[in-house]
Design a protein around this ligand. Structure first.
Ligand code: WQD
Length: 342
């Protein structure tokens, strides 16, 4: 049975991927430093899977700590999630973002190579498309970024492309996520942002549950059907299943690829608010305010390549995303609770 190492394993997308990998019959080894996640996730994963998680607390940029994991386990492939991911924060702390996001990728790849492990799934982002020239967005669309976070994702893809060209033994899948939202249907794991949520859905969830008074809608003067921003929201469990499909593809000796993981359907901010109100039975008050710098009007995927090459497509719609998000939020009003481990 193949063994998969997940870096950033107790994070939002990784924890859901952990479950999907186990359900697909794969063994998982998790690694995380809890810099942006909680140890409580491990207890929830054990409740959900019935298995004691195999886990190592470490910074994946720590070469000797990472080597010890490869010495202890026979790893067949790696899914590299570990990275800082806040766009706004990256503009204030660019060096920390370049050091962490690029440094950890380099350490992971060098350690993999030293142990003859050359299959990696990389967590990329639709942010590499910048301001899209046409919609839906295909994988061959022009790439550009407007912030250090997005630049680290684009540079990471370039590093992996050069690695692939230097040594064809590497099998690399770069997955460009659109807007991950929602939670596992159990309500036991979900998105648990620290401080004020940057992203729409977790903020709406906190307003619905009464933690925050009102949502600010960043502009309603975009060239979209109702004037508010349009995005391709994808259920986090669909996203997790996309990782399983990508791993099966790489383990089957298929060539490297870069692929969108989105639904191909865009929803506006106001549509999300209405869907969340239906799912929660709560009112979500909001004010229309000025646009947020750096936002694009609309962004949604052409999901055809993932469907044809990976045999994967998203199955859950916006109502399911909101219902699962609401169950998580209402069962865990304070997220995982103490998120600052001793
Ligand atoms: C969605 C829409 C906002 C918050 C970001 C990152 C991207 C990726 C996903 C990591 C937009 C509007 C939001 C709010 C609002 N992250 N909005 N009020 O900006 O599409 O993508 O998260 O890979 O890199 O850029 O997602 O959820 O922040 O915004 O009106 O309080 O909701 O203007 O139209 P975004 P988002």
């Amino acid at each position: 049975m193949p063994t998969i190492l997940l870096t950033g394993a107790t994070g939002y997308i990784a924890s859901h991927t952990w479950l999907s990998l186990q359900q697909a019959g794969l063994d998982v080894v998790g690694a995380d430093d809890f810099s942006n996640s909680s140890p409580e996730v491990l207890k929830r994963l054990e409740r959900l899977s019935g298995k004691t998680p195999v886990f190592h607390r470490l910074d994946v940029g720590d070469r000797s700590a990472l080597r010890a994991v490869f010495e202890q386990h026979r790893i067949d492939a790696v899914v590299h999630f570990a990275a800082f991911k806040a766009v706004g924060e990256s503009t204030q702390k660019p060096l920390a973002y370049y050091r962490n996001n690029l440094g950890s990728l380099l350490t992971v790849c060098e350690t993999m190579d030293a142990f003859d492990v050359r299959r990696i799934v990389f967590s990329s982002s639709a942010t590499v498309y910048g301001q899209p020239e046409s919609l839906p967005i295909r994988e061959n669309a022009p790439l550009s970024t407007t912030n250090p976070y997005g630049a680290t994702k684009l540079m990471s893809e370039q590093v992996l492309g050069d690695l692939q060209r230097s040594d064809p033994r590497w099998r690399i899948a770069c997955l460009r996520y659109f807007n991950p939202v929602g939670a596992h249907e159990s309500g036991l794991i979900g998105e648990d942002p620290r401080g004020i949520p940057n992203n729409l859905m977790p903020y709406v969830a906190q307003v619905a549950v009464g933690q925050r008074a009102k949502l600010q809608v960043f502009g309603n003067d975009y060239d979209t059907p109702d004037g508010t921003g349009v995005r391709d929201y994808i259920h986090v469990v669909d996203l997790a299943e996309g990782h399983v499909a990508a791993l099966r593809y790489l383990l089957d000796q298929q060539p490297s690829l870069t692929v969108n993981l989105g639904t191909g359907r865009g929803y506006s901010v106001l549509e999300v608010i209405r869907a969340y109100e239906r799912a929660s039975g709560r009112t979500v008050p909001y004010d229309i305010v000025a646009r947020r710098p750096g936002d694009v009007a609309a962004c949604y995927a052409d999901p055809a390549l993932a469907r044809s090459v990976l045999g994967w497509q998203a199955a859950r719609d916006l109502d399911a995303m909101c219902a699962d998000s609401w169950r998580w939020q209402s069962m865990n009003p304070s997220g995982f609770g103490d998120t600052s481990p001793s």
